[in-house]
Design a protein around this ligand. Structure first.
Ligand code: KMH
Ligand code: ZN
Length: 274
């Protein structure tokens, strides 16, 4: 089976130090967390950034500082900035990291609007927004990871692919277990996997206690794996992870036990055609 690409989503926009004191905010903390994940076997860092007080930001300068710090410590790692940012940000705010020079190799592209996390929050990605983000990334040669929180988002991505806005080769991230999105079960994952073209690649992430069971299913199915504080802060029941590296180490153990080797960043570049 193809080598396993491990993405570490080290920070996110929602989880805080109150949930787990090891969630990184400062540039140095982000560098430490990226390095721990990379040393453990992550080939991609999915990056959100924060102000020092923990406020999520899409500020281009803050991204530049964090990316420089990560590259200094992990020269060949693939850095995948978020264009989702945090609920309530404008499209222009969210897009800032794709205007960096050099542009990122890959960035996220969220494929639909949804209720987000209960309460009144809505994560807004209209069809025009998705087209606009895709076109801005196309102009800069940036590959997208298609973030699909539900089956309808896959259908939207495929429709926009047929219309020529979203380019191949398609790479999906199935995000399972966000309140407002699809639940995290083997049945749901099989449904999503069966809904994308056979030749496309996919990775899986899942929230909280569903992280490791769903990622393990993906490893068995030939998909890839994402873990990290953005999705889950526990190493096992009631045990907070000390670092993103611990979460990556656990996936590496599971994958090796299942007979699947781990992709280096350059392997990941080949698999994803970056
Ligand atoms: N924080 C969420 C609202 C992405 O990175 O593109 C969006 C998100 C997805 O995390
Ligand atoms: Zn994200």
């Amino acid at each position: 089976m193809e080598k396993l690409i491990i993405t570490a989503a080290i920070c996110g926009a929602e989880v805080t130090k109150e949930h787990n004191p090891n969630v990184p905010y400062s540039v140095e903390e982000i560098g430490n967390e990226a390095e721990s994940a990379y040393n453990a076997g992550a080939s991609i860092i999915h990056l959100h950034v924060r102000e020092d007080d923990g406020t999520p930001t899409q500020d281009k300068e803050r991204f530049r500082l964090c990316i420089e710090e990560i590259k200094r410590r992990c020269p060949d790692v693939i850095i995948m900035p978020s264009t989702g940012g945090a609920v309530g940000m404008t499209n222009e705010e969210r897009l800032q990291p794709i205007y960096l020079e050099p542009p990122p190799e890959i960035a996220t592209l969220d494929c639909g609007t949804m209720n987000y996390g209960g309460g009144d929050e809505i994560f807004v990605n209209t069809e025009n927004t998705i087209i606009y983000f895709a076109e801005e990334m196309n102009k800069r040669g940036i590959k997208y990871e298609l973030e699909c929180f539900d089956k309808a988002m896959i259908d939207t991505a495929l429709r926009l692919n047929q219309k020529g806005y979203i380019k191949e080769p398609l790479h999906f991230n199935f995000v399972l277990g966000v309140i407002g999105g699809i639940t995290a079960s083997k049945r749901d994952l099989e449904f999503l996997r069966g809904s994308i073209p056979e030749e496309s690649t996919f990775t899986v992430c899942a929230i909280g206690r569903y992280e490791f069971p769903m990622v393990t299913q993906s490893i068995i199915m030939g998909g890839h794996a994402r873990v990290g504080f953005e999705d889950n802060i526990y190493l096992s029941k009631g045990v907070l992870a000390k670092s993103n590296g611990e979460l990556v180490e656990k996936v590496v153990r599971i994958s090796k036990d299942l007979g699947r080797y781990i992709a280096t960043p350059d392997d990941a570049r080949k698999i994803l055609a970056l």
